[in-house]
Ligand binder design. Structure first.
Ligand SMILES: NC(=O)c1ccc[n+]([C@@H]2O[C@H](COP(=O)([O-])OP(=O)(O)OC[C@H]3O[C@@H](n4cnc5c(N)ncnc54)[C@H](OP(=O)(O)O)[C@@H]3O)[C@@H](O)[C@H]2O)c1
Length: 238
C-alpha cells in the first residue's frame, strides 16, 4: 500500500490494483511536457548503491513502477556511461535512451533488441569515443559534441542536444556523476528521489560528493510504502 502524505490527505493506493499504474501516472504528471526530472534511489545515508555496488539492491517493485511511470511521461531517458556498464539497464519500453560518454566505452551493456525492445538509442560522445560507441551499439545514433576545459561535454550541451532532436521531456536516471553535473548547471526542474530504509554501502553519494550550493526545494509529493520507503517529488523551481 502507498500512502500519499503530501499533498495532505492525498489518499492511498494499492499497487496490486489493476488501476494502480493509471493513478501513479496521474500522481507523477509533469508540470510541463518540457522538463528535466532527475530520478534516483538512495539509502537513508545518501548512498546510490547497495551491497552489490548497484542500485538494483536498493530498488523494489514499487520503485520500479514509479520509475516506469516517470519514463512513460518522458521522451528520453538520460544516463551516464558508468550506469550502462554497471547496471542491467535495458532499453525503455517507449522513451528513447540517451547515453553520455567521453570514452565511448559501453562494455557490458544490455541494450540488445533481442527481447523485443526497439526504442532508439542515442550516444552523446566525443570525436575520440564515437567509433567505439558505434561498435558497441551498432543501431545507435551517435552525436559528437565538443568537450569543455574539464574534458567533459558541458551539461548544458547535453540537454540542448536532446531538445534539438525534439526530446524535450527528459528523465535523467543518473548515475551520481551525471546527476551532480545537471544539478550544478541548474538544469533539473524536479528531483524524484526514493529513500529506502537502509544504511551503509559503497562510498557513492547519490548526488555526487563535495560541497554544493544550498538549494531549498518545494515538496510536490511524498508517498510512503508499508516498508517505510519514501518516494518524493521535489521541485527545484519556485
Ligand atoms: N541509486 C541510483 O538511483 C543509481 C542510478 C544510476 C546509477 N547508479 C549507480 O551509480 C554508479 C554509476 O554512477 P557514476 O556516478 O559512477 O557514473 P555515471 O554518472 O553513471 O557515468 C559516469 C560516466 O558517464 C560519462 N559522463 C558523465 N558525464 C559526462 C559528460 N559531461 N561528458 C561526457 N561523458 C560523461 C563518462 O563516461 P566515460 O567514462 O565512458 O567517458 C563518465 O565516466 C553505479 O554503481 C550504478 O549502479 C545508481
Amino acid at each position: 500500500m502507498l500512502r500519499r502524505v503530501v499533498p495532505v490527505g492525498g489518499g492511498e493506493l494499492d499497487i496490486e490494483h489493476p488501476d494502480a499504474r493509471r493513478t501513479l501516472l496521474d500522481w507523477y504528471a509533469p508540470h510541463s511536457p518540457e522538463h528535466v526530472r532527475l530520478t534516483l534511489v538512495s539509502t537513508l545515508d545518501g548512498r546510490a548503491a547497495g551491497g552489490d555496488g548497484t542500485s538494483e539492491s536498493l530498488t523494489s517493485r514499487t520503485d520500479r513502477m514509479v520509475l516506469g511511470v516517470i519514463r512513460q511521461h518522458a521522451d528520453v531517458v538520460l544516463v551516464g556511461a558508468e550506469t550502462v556498464r554497471r547496471e542491467s539497464l535495458r532499453r525503455p519500453r517507449r522513451a528513447a535512451l540517451a547515453i553520455v560518454t567521453t570514452s565511448g566505452d559501453l562494455r557490458g551493456h544490455r541494450l540488445s533488441t533481442a527481447e523485443g525492445r526497439t526504442s532508439p538509442v542515442l550516444v552523446l560522445t566525443t570525436a575520440a569515443g564515437a567509433d567505439r560507441a558505434a561498435d558497441a551499439v551498432p543501431d545507435a545514433a551517435i552525436e559528437t559534441l565538443t568537450t569543455g576545459p574539464d574534458g567533459r561535454i558541458p551539461a548544458t550541451a547535453i540537454i540542448a542536444a536532446l531538445r534539438a532532436r525534439g526530446l524535450v521531456g527528459i528523465a535523467a536516471e543518473g548515475g551520481p556523476a551525471l546527476a551532480a553535473q545537471l544539478l550544478a548547471a541548474d538544469l533539473v526542474d524536479e528531483l524524484c528521489l526514493t529513500v529506502v530504509p537502509r544504511l551503509g554501502g559503497p562510498d557513492l553519494p547519490v548526488l555526487g560528493g563535495g560541497a554544493a550550493p544550498v538549494t531549498p526545494l518545494t515538496a510536490r509529493q511524498l508517498l510512503v510504502d508499508d516498508a517505510g520507503a519514501q518516494y518524493g517529488r521535489w521541485s527545484l523551481r519556485p
